[in-house]
Write a protein that binds this ligand. Sequence first.
Ligand code: NAP
Length: 271
Amino acid sequence: MEFIELGKTGEKIPVLGMGTWQIDANPLEGMEAMRLGFDNGMKLVDTAEYYKNEEFVGKAIGDRKDIFVATKVYSNHYHHDDLIKACNDSLSRLGIKTIDLYQLHWPQDKTGYKPPRKETMGAMEELVAQGKIRHIGVSNFSIDQLEEAMSVMEQNRIVSNQVEYSLMVREIENGLFDFCKKEKITIIAYKPLGFGSIPKEQSSKLYSLLSEIGRRYSKTPVQVALNWVISRGNICAIPKAASKEHVLENVGASDFKLSSNDRDMLNGFEA
Ligand code: NAP
C-alpha cells in the first residue's frame, strides 16, 4: 500500500481506505470484508454518525491499534454542546478513546441553515485540546466554505476535505483540487467507483477504455479507475466494498503507476 501525508501533519495515511456506508447491510459479509481490508493494508476506515454503523465499524476494529479512524458529525449537531455530545456518542459507539479524523459532514443542514462557523470550529478545536479527536476535517466544502472555516480557527488547521471524485464526477478539477493542494488539505475521494456504476456498466465506453489500459499493467478496470483517482497526489480514495473479492481487487489498485499517455486518455474521457 502507498501512503501520503495527511494535510501538513507529517503523518502518513494509506492512499486507499475503506468506505463503510451501508457496509453493514449484510453484517457477516461486511464484517469479514472490513477485516480483510485492514489485514491487507487498507488501514483507514471512514464512517459517520449519519451511517448509523459506528458500533459495527468499532466491532470490526476490535482491539487493533493500527487503524486510522475517520468519522463525521452530521450538520444538525454543529452548535457547540450538540457537537461535543455527538463526538462523545461516536467515541462510545466506536469503542475508542480518540477519533483520528473528525469531519463536518456537510457545510450546512438540509434547510441551508448553519450555526455561526466560529462556534462550530471552536467546538472542534476544543475536542482536539481535550484529546478526543486528533485532526479536524470537513466534507463537501467549497473553496469559500473552506476559507471561511479556516479563518475562524485559532490553534489547528483543516487537514482534509472529503468530496466526491471519480472518472464520472470530476467537479473538483474546477479549482477545488488545486486550492486544496496549495493549502495542503488532503482530498478524501468518496464514490471513487461512481457508487459502483463504473464496474457495473461493463458495456460502457469507459469500461472498455479501462479494460484496454488495464491489460497493459495486468490490472482490472476497477484497479485502473481507482489508480487514476489517487494518481494526482494529495488524494486518498475510500471505495466501499462488502464483498471479499472486491476488497482484494481494490487493495491491488495502488501498486502501479499509469503512464502519462494512459492518464491523458482517461483525463480526456467525458462521462
Ligand atoms: P463507491 O465506493 O464508489 O461504490 C461502492 C459500490 O461499488 C458498492 O456497490 C460495491 O459493491 C462496489 N464495488 C466496490 N469495489 C468493487 C469492485 N472491486 N468490483 C466491483 N464492484 C465494486 O461508492 P460509495 O460507497 O457511495 O462511496 C464510498 C464511501 O465514501 C462510502 O462508503 C462512504 O464511506 C463515503 N461517502 C461519503 C459521502 C459524504 O458526503 N462525505 C457521501 C457518499 C459516500 P459491494 O459492496 O457489493 O462490494
